[in-house]
Design a binder for this molecule. Structure first.
Ligand code: ABU
Length: 860
């Protein structure tokens, strides 16, 4: 250095370390080049040489502060500080004011550093990161992207950049759909972006975090034709392929390349793009050659640029700024007979002069025109680049001062189409498929025609006793209800494909009315029949058993009236409206378009749907349960007045079971329109068809078997109650008598056997008597011959087979196989049993057990 005095400045360079920005790798050699050039200029700092004492901060704020204290607390006194990396400059920039030191940063982009209150002596040749934001907004507007997301590393530099971006997006009416941040691991943040359907994403992070993000982008498939990522442009070239193993990244180079393809970058112009000579006498190109040479000397290969290569001109120009500011300060101090050597950390006067000189510094550097705003920020152009086939292509420049975008139209998009800022969602109404609708409507129509034919059948054969005793009015009401229920199937299938959303509420109302009234008529008629049967069989007094037909109509009518009241109030107070249920987005098949389908399903609902449905279902549910009870109670009763009560009971079972199954199942499958419609329709169809079959098929069969049978009981109407009861009584008595006669027949059979045995014995006895008489006569003759004879004995009258005695009574029953005749002869009762083989046996009461006949009038 000869006899020249030294002007000392301190330098803090982030070179080593693994986090943040290690731009000192290229910036420190660039600064040393500037030191050489400054010191070789005789017109600059005459009599002095600039000396740079520096150390590595690893881009860690704590270590950066330690390096600063080391520089300040060790002689010589430093006139200014050079710093790089926002995190370190935030620490030293805030502290430097305490030492009256101007800090000039060549590598800090944090917008927070533009706060003059907090950093009153801070300047930078590096533009603030906020210069990217107008450029980003301009590019977004160019492609009509109005919905973007932000992913940021949790560092102040990026937080303050995002805050500025949010304000600008709001002004430009660009929606920020989500803002995700991460400290070290971006996995969750990237996953959230996908969940939020982010398509255009601004990513703000240091390069090592950028590699982690890119790997996650690959894993979550957030790249390709549907996505655009905006990264920071100051990463070194091939940043996405470097250090993958060192940083334990779980992605291959090929995967990283795939994920990086098509992304855009914005960066402040850090290299003078005009080939003009700068303050050092070099063009930017000359500087690049010298820098490359210097880097090669430090072991960096020509092809792989070290971190900070982009910012190297800023470091070079920063040293020139310091030299120019010191030069100017020296001139000013000379004017007031002072020397810059008088500076110490408490000399506010010289410090102010240094600040003013730096603030006024303007020159053409290798990074472009160097000038500082009132906030100490560098004013610069920004450039936009896009990665195409693994290389950055320049797309254009943006001058924020003139709001001028120079665009080269070199952008390329995968698939040849500009990506959309959101998934285009096409709403698709889920409607009942035509096949199902037509099938159900056809079956329902057949059922309706069948019900109408049954009404006709009932009318034609209304005079038949068979029809009269089945309560035809109830049957007719039931058929009308069935027709209404079947019609509701058609209404249930009428959805958005057939009716407009304005007409839909009308269909909703019609469905409720049709089904509710149909149920009340069809089920109510069956219920009233079974209720009548129950009344007839459970009441003891005749008058209580009498159920007038009008009571049945009143019963069905009251069910209908309750329906009308509930439905009218429902419709008046809280009418059914069309509501839409949305389902998760679906990817459409057979289309290359970047769209998704949003399925929607129409429902009929009112505000207090649960209350209304609860009311209606509760009341009808009670009817079902009560009907089930009545049907069970009267299961074995057969009444002449209602000849089809058992079949009606079976119909009720059928309706109850189907309703119990249908209600919960439809709740479960309500989101599947086809299944739900088919299930409800089939339940209605099954109920209606089975009820019609059970009640009417036996009648039709009967009529077919006896087609010629004329009207029974014409003009007489249905039998009276008394007749009915007499008929029942006679039936019971007939059963008792048949049982009794069967017993008697058995006894008679036994008796007949006994009598036959007796007759045989008697016949033998007579033969013996005759023999004895003959012997006696012989003996008498012999005795007469001998001279003596006994007086004749009086013979007792006996009943013999075929003998004639006064007949008391004859009991003959049509069901008997024998008849029994009672006689009284010789003062003793006798019985003659006449058997079918015409033989008769006569016995007196000594021969047979006593037979008790309960001879009532009805037998006579
Ligand atoms: N261009 C590098 C900026 C680094 C930083 O702001 O920390």
């Amino acid at each position: 250095m000869g006899g020249e005095r030294l002007l000392n400045i301190g330098g803090i360079f982030p070179i080593g370390g693994s986090d943040g920005w290690q731009g000192g790798q290229a910036c420190q050699p660039a600064a040393m080049l500037a030191m050489e050039d400054v010191n070789s200029r005789p017109d600059l700092l005459p009599g002095y040489k600039l000396n740079l004492a520096w150390n590595d901060s690893l881009c860690e704020p704590g270590l950066g502060a330690a390096v600063m204290y080391d520089l300040l607390y060790n002689l010589p006194i430093k006139l200014m500080l050079l710093g790089g990396c926002s995190t370190v400059c935030t620490t030293i920039g805030e502290a430097a004011k305490m030492w009256n030191l101007v800090v000039l940063s060549y590598g800090s982009s944090s917008p927070a550093l533009s706060d003059r209150q907090r950093f009153p002596t801070f300047f930078r040749t590096h533009p603030s990161a906020t210069v990217h934001n107008p450029t980003r907004i301009r590019v977004m507007q160019k492609y009509n992207w109005s919905r973007v997301a932000i992913l940021q590393q949790a560092e102040e530099v990026f937080i303050s950049t995002v805050e500025d971006l949010e304000v600008r997006c709001k002004d430009a009416k660009i929606e920020i759909v989500t803002r995700q941040s991460f400290l070290t691991d971006p996995t969750d943040a990237v996953r959230n972006l996908k969940r939020q359907d982010a398509r255009i994403v601004v990513g703000l992070f240091y390069v090592n975090a950028a590699r982690r993000v890119l790997c996650e982008i690959y894993k979550h498939q957030l790249f390709g034709k549907s996505y655009v990522w905006f990264f920071i442009g100051w990463y070194e070239d091939n940043w996405f392929e470097n250090h993958l193993e060192e940083e334990n990244l779980n992605c291959t180079k090929e995967q990283m390349r795939l994920a990086a393809e098509g992304h855009m970058t914005t960066e402040a112009l850090m290299w003078n793009k005009d080939n003009e000579k700068t303050i050092s006498g070099m063009t930017a190109g000359d500087f690049r050659v010298r820098l490359n040479q210097a880097l090669m000397e430090r072991g960096f290969e020509n092809r792989s640029t070290p971190v900070g290569y982009q910012e190297a001109p800023l470091a070079y120009d920063a040293v020139w700024s310091v030299a120019l500011a010191l030069n100017k300060t020296m001139e000013r101090l000379t004017d007031v007979n002072k020397s810059i050597e008088e500076f110490d950390y408490s000399n506010k006067e010289i410090a102010d002069e240094l600040y003013k000189a730096m603030n006024a510094t303007q020159f053409l550097g290798v990074s472009g025109r160097v000038a500082f705003s009132n906030d100490g920020d560098r004013i610069a152009w920004t450039q936009v680049e896009q990665m195409i086939d693994g290389k950055y292509n320049k797309l254009g420049y943006f001058d924020v001062q003139t709001d001028n975008l120079t665009w080269f139209n070199r952008e390329e998009w995968i698939g040849g189409k500009v990506p959309q800022d959101r998934t285009i969602v096409k709403r698709q109404l889920r409607t009942v498929s035509l096949g199902v609708f037509i099938s159900m409507c056809t079956i329902s129509s057949v059922g309706t025609v069948w019900a109408l034919l049954l009404l006709l059948f009932t009318f034609i054969h209304r005079h038949r006793r068979l029809i009269q005793l089945s309560h035809p009015a109830c049957n007719n009401l039931s058929l009308v209800g069935i027709i209404l229920c079947l019609s509701s199937i058609f209404l249930l299938g009428l959805d958005g494909q057939f009716v407009s959303k304005e007409q839909f509420p009308i269909i909703c109302g019609l469905r409720a009315w049709c089904l509710s009234l149909g149920f009340s008529l069809a089920y109510g008629a069956m219920f009233s029949k079974i209720w009548r049967v129950h009344r007839l069989t459970t009441k003891t007094k005749i008058e209580n058993k009498r159920v007038e037909p009008w009571k049945l109509y009143v019963m069905v009518g009251s069910f209908v009236v309750v329906d009308i009241i509930v439905l009218s109030v429902w419709q008046g107070v809280d009418p059914l409206q069309r509501t839409l249920e949305s389902f998760p987005l679906e990817v459409p098949q057979n289309t290359v378009e970047d769209i998704k389908i949003k399925p929607e399903l129409e429902h009929c609902e009112s505000k207090h749907n649960t209350i209304w449905l609860g009311l209606l279902y509760g009341y009808k549910g009670l009817l079902l349960i009560f009907g089930l009870f009545l049907a069970y109670e009267t299961r074995s009763i057969k009444l002449k007045q209602i000849n089809d009560s058992r079949l009606v009971g079976m119909s009720i079972y059928n309706v109850v079971v189907l309703c119990l199954i249908t209600a919960p199942v439809t709740l479960v499958i309500s989101t599947q329109q086809d299944a739900s419609f088919a299930f409800v329709s089939l339940a209605i169809i099954f109920c209606c068809f089975l009820s019609m079959a059970l009640v009417f098929v036996p009648k039709i069969v009967e009529v077919l078997h006896h087609p010629a049978e004329r009207t029974e009981n014409t003009g007489e109407g249905a039998p009276s109650k008394e007749e009915e009861e007499r008929y029942q009584k006679l039936l019971r008595e007939n059963e008792d008598m048949q049982r009794l006669i069967a017993e008697k027949e058995e006894k008679i059979r036994l008796l007949k056997l006994k009598l036959q045995e007796r007759a045989a014995i008697r016949s033998r006895e007579q033969q013996q008597q005759q023999q004895q008489q003959q012997q006696q006569q012989q003996q008498t003759a012999e005795n007469h011959v001998a001279g003596s004879a006994d007086p004749p004995t009086q013979q007792q009258p006996r009943l013999r087979q075929g003998s004639v005695v006064p007949q008391l009574a004859t009991v003959t029953t049509p069901l008997l196989t024998s008849s029994v005749e009672l006689y009284y002869g010789s003062g003793r009762p006798a019985v003659r049993i006449v058997t079918p083989d015409t033989s008769s046996v006569v016995a007196d009461d000594s021969m047979v057990p006593r037979i008790n006949f309960d001879i009532s009038e009805s037998y006579l």
